[in-house]
Write a protein that binds this ligand. Structure first.
Ligand SMILES: Cc1cc2nc3c(=O)[nH]c(=O)nc-3n(C[C@H](O)[C@H](O)[C@H](O)COP(=O)(O)O)c2cc1C
Length: 444
């Protein structure tokens, strides 16, 4: 499973992030939106087929394991990602299908089996976004018999071992172990079956797994942790690393750091693709693109903003006296000490603009909106920015977290992708049928 083909590295890679009617918190209220999109399978399939027609690497489904009344509408009511990916795999032919699944509250055997099943059904197109679970609501532990979410350090130790076990189980059989020889009566070659017999800090798993490797051997590993142990996990195991940086300089620093850490694990850094998360908005003019965001922002209510932030900061600030248009500086959020590790990425996204960023925008940023002026504008402007970030070594690819679906996906694939294809920077067709092949990686 090693070795890369340079042609794939020279182009810009794309994942389309699919969440409800879009990452924008008020997207479901837009006149064109399908509010129940996240539990409408036909709608999800349509989005995936649009991404496949544009020859994107994969669609990417996030996940969380707890909700409360302040949760983003797009995640309040949605499918289990692995279940959705399993169904999508049967009805598509080329596009990769990445499902987020947590190492904090599952058993490696169950997960390894379900994910490899999905990988088989898609003929080798599944990816696993390894997360330790971002506990936005401070209530995830309560769904699993615990009073609190697992401590950060503990959950990354568990994640390392979880992935080791899952990989061990996926290596139960060599890819040619089953000979199904009707004449001799031999179903498989016993020399090609390996037991795992894992005994570690968190798991005791004997193996072997009761399913053979898929056409790409096993799901591609993706990972999205930004902290020191998060980066280490990605550098050790992942082929796709999700990142969220606001400037080219910060993105270059992160990419170089992950690549350097990969060499510490004796890996070839070219096997790791860093996907920067962005929320592109494309329109006929730069002003029209800005107006599209303003139109959506106007649909976010003050109660939504203040209720979320009150809970998010755990009562460290009293938001009841503020409005949704109070700035981050006025609310005293700048320099606030918080144990939340996910606050760092959000702080980065608004750094230097705190006197202008409103609580409404902070709320959008904290809940996943990756708006960045570089990727808001005409198709040419956005294509130029993508090329500039890619050429500078800030990203191998991008995770497209569209504000409004399917609108922004359709506009992007109809306008930006053809421009990049004309510049030789985006593929015009798939060269293989597995997700690994889209990254130029060998299947076995
Ligand atoms: C593009 C992107 C997508 C993410 N999707 C998820 C997700 O679906 N579920 C989740 O629990 N965390 C998700 N995360 C958050 C990370 O898993 C991680 O918790 C966060 O970046 C904080 O890093 P840390 O866990 O290393 O402290 C995502 C992060 C990024 C950048």
């Amino acid at each position: 499973m090693t070795g890369t083909l340079n042609r794939e590295r020279d182009q810009i890679h794309f994942f389309a992030y699919l969440v409800g009617s879009g990452i924008h918190l008020a997207s479901w209220r837009h006149p064109t939106a399908v509010p129940e999109a996240s539990i409408d399978f036909a709608h999800q399939l349509k989005l995936v087929k649009a991404a496949e027609a544009a020859k994107l690497d994969a669609v990417f489904l996030g996940d969380s394991l707890a909700i409360d009344e302040t949760s983003n509408p797009g995640i309040l009511n949605r499918f289990d990602p692995l279940g959705l990916v399993t169904a999508l795999g049967a009805l598509t032919s080329h596009i990769g299908l990445i499902a987020t699944s947590s190492t904090s509250y599952d058993e490696p055997y169950n997960f390894a089996r379900a994910a490899l099943t999905a990988d088989h059904i898609s003929k080798g197109r599944v990816g696993w976004n390894i997360v330790t679970t971002r506990d936005v609501t401070n209530s995830t532990g309560a769904n699993f018999g615990a009073s609190e979410h697992l401590d950060h350090g503990l959950r990354y130790r568990r994640a390392e071992e979880f992935v080791e076990v899952v990989q061990g189980l996926w290596n139960s059989w060599t890819h040619d172990a089953f000979d199904y020889d009707k004449v001799s009566g031999r179903f498989f070659d016993p020399a090609k079956l390996h037991s795992l017999n894992h005994r570690g800090e968190f798991f005791q798993v004997a193996g072997p797994l009761n399913i053979a490797p898929s056409p790409q051997h096993s799901p591609l590993l993706a990972q999205a942790g930004a902290s020191v142990p998060g980066q280490k996990l990605g550098a050790r195991f992942a082929n796709a690393v999700f990142a969220s940086h606001h400037t080219v300089a910060e993105a270059i620093e992160f990419r170089n750091s992950v690549r350097a850490q990969a060499t510490d694990f004796a890996r070839n850094p070219d096997e790791i693709f860093i996907y920067q998360a962005i929320s592109p908005v494309v329109a006929d003019t730069h002003q029209a693109a800005q107006a599209r965001i303003a139109e959506l922002d106007a649909l976010i209510t003050a109660d939504q903003v203040l209720g979320f932030l009150q809970k998010y900061f755990g009562g460290a600030i009293d938001f009841s006296t503020f409005s949704e248009l109070t700035t981050v500086t006025e609310a005293g959020i700048v320099g606030l000490s918080t144990p939340r590790t996910d606050f760092r990425a959000a702080s980065e996204q608004i750094r230097g603009r705190e006197d202008h960023v409103t609580l409404k925008e902070l709320y959008s940023v904290l809940t996943g909106d990756k708006r960045n002026n570089d990727f808001i504008g005409t198709a040419e402007e956005v294509a130029d920015s993508l090329e500039r970030w890619h050429a500078a070594g800030a990203a191998d690819g991008f995770t497209l977290m569209f504000a409004l679906l399917p609108n922004d996906l359709e506009t992007f694939t109809a306008t930006v992708i053809p421009l990049l294809q004309a510049r030789g920077l985006a593929r015009t067709d798939y060269r293989g049928t597995t997700l690994r092949s889209h990254l130029g990686l060998k299947d076995h």
